[in-house]
Design a protein around this ligand. Structure first.
Ligand code: PAF
Length: 282
């Protein structure tokens, strides 16, 4: 397994891959890898000649210093998890100075308003941080295809928007959300839930499934009220938002329109652990 920490070494290796005409698949991560990440790496391996996984806890996307400090850093375990599926993956795991130089700040992007919806309302500056790091990594890795999970659907749409607006030559592939047996979307944060809280958190996906079942017959407003009431009656989870939104613009809707694609999005706390999930409704 090749593990690089310096961007010059990475660029040299990428140059060699490009000279050989190899197609590069890229999976950016912040480490603490779980089966969801591994499914992205497998998807990348299935359609690429070389796969690069970055492991970098990006400081500019955290709106809370404590969250950044508490974020799990498990490089050795991450390396062994990747090596279980392939020894042929290149891992790029740089220190912050290598990526940002002396200036750990975000570029300010305009994502045509996608950044102001849902997560954008609760995590100020988060998407500028994500855009900044993903753009920097794309410039270093020069991938043909980059793989992101649909669990962070708003992030996926924002990255697609950034690629289009900045004219970056990379195909962004969205991969289905990987779930635990209970239906809970896989996330590094699930490790912080105790077994009971982890089981209870599966209610979020159950609510999304119910929303999908009822979407053909009930109004968006009725579904939103029903989910809010169900969660208010549940002492284990504190709802932050439940929205039905246009899958392209991410604007929340009250009324459905013909010919549009919709998704339901949920964010809730189990104790101090914030969980998000979403589902396609039509
Ligand atoms: O989804 C993540 O893990 C991060 O937001 C990403 C895309 C690796 C950027 O730091």
């Amino acid at each position: 397994m090749q593990i690089l920490k310096e961007k010059d070494a990475l660029k040299k290796q990428i140059g060699a891959f490009k000279n050989e005409g190899l197609k590069i698949g890229f999976v950016p991560t912040m480490g603490a890898l779980h089966d969801g990440h591994l499914s992205l790496i497998k998807a990348a391996l299935s359609v690429s000649d070389r796969v690069i996984v970055s492991i970098f806890v990006n400081p500019t996307q955290f709106d809370n210093l404590q969250d950044l400090e508490k974020y799990p850093r498990t490089l050795d375990e991450d390396i062994s998890r990747i090596s279980e599926i392939s020894k042929d993956v290149l891992i790029f795991s740089p220190p912050a100075a290598e990526v940002y130089g002396g200036d750990i700040t975000s570029q300010v992007f305009y994502f045509d308003g996608l950044e102001h919806q849902m997560e954008g309302k609760y995590r100020k500056g988060h998407f500028n941080g994500v855009g900044t790091i993903v753009k920097k990594l794309f410039e270093l890795v020069e991938p043909d295809k980059a793989f992101f999970g649909e669990k962070d659907y708003q992030q996926l749409q924002i990255i697609r928007k950034m690629v289009a607006k900045e004219g970056l030559n990379v195909e962004v592939i969205g991969c289905p959300t990987d779930r635990e047996a209970s239906g809970l979307a896989r996330s590094s944060r699930n490790e912080r839930l105790d077994p009971v809280a982890r089981q209870n958190a599966a209610l979020l996906y159950k609510m999304l499934q119910k929303a999908r079942e009822n979407f053909g017959t009930k109004s968006a407003t009725d579904i939103i009220s029903w989910v809010s009431e169900e969660l208010q009656a549940n002492p284990d989870l504190k709802l932050e938002y439940f929205e039905i939104a246009n899958a392209d613009t991410l604007e929340s809707i009250g009324e459905k329109e013909n010919g549009q694609r919709y998704r339901a999005f949920i964010a809730a706390y189990s104790g101090d652990i914030r969980l998000i999930d979403n589902i396609a409704l039509n």
